[in-house]
Write a new protein. Structure first.
Length: 64
């Protein structure tokens, strides 16, 4: 399973939990935005050389 799939599953579980639990609407919205925003912010904090290395490693795949 790729790291992107793991993040998607984790975000989906977080969203489902916040929708199931009786929380105020703004708390649910904050959890959903955090589940999306944290990985994006982490990627944007990388410098260009780190982003390029990450892109190369994703293209290559595991074991190549």
């Amino acid at each position: 399973m790729s790291p992107v799939q793991k993040y998607a599953i984790g975000a989906g579980i977080a969203v489902l939990l916040t929708l199931i639990l009786p929380l105020p609407g703004w708390v649910t919205l904050l959890v959903i935005l955090a589940a999306i925003g944290v990985p994006v912010a982490g990627y944007l904090m990388l410098d260009p050389s780190q982003r390029e290395r990450l892109k190369r490693s994703r293209r290559r795949g595991i074991g190549h």
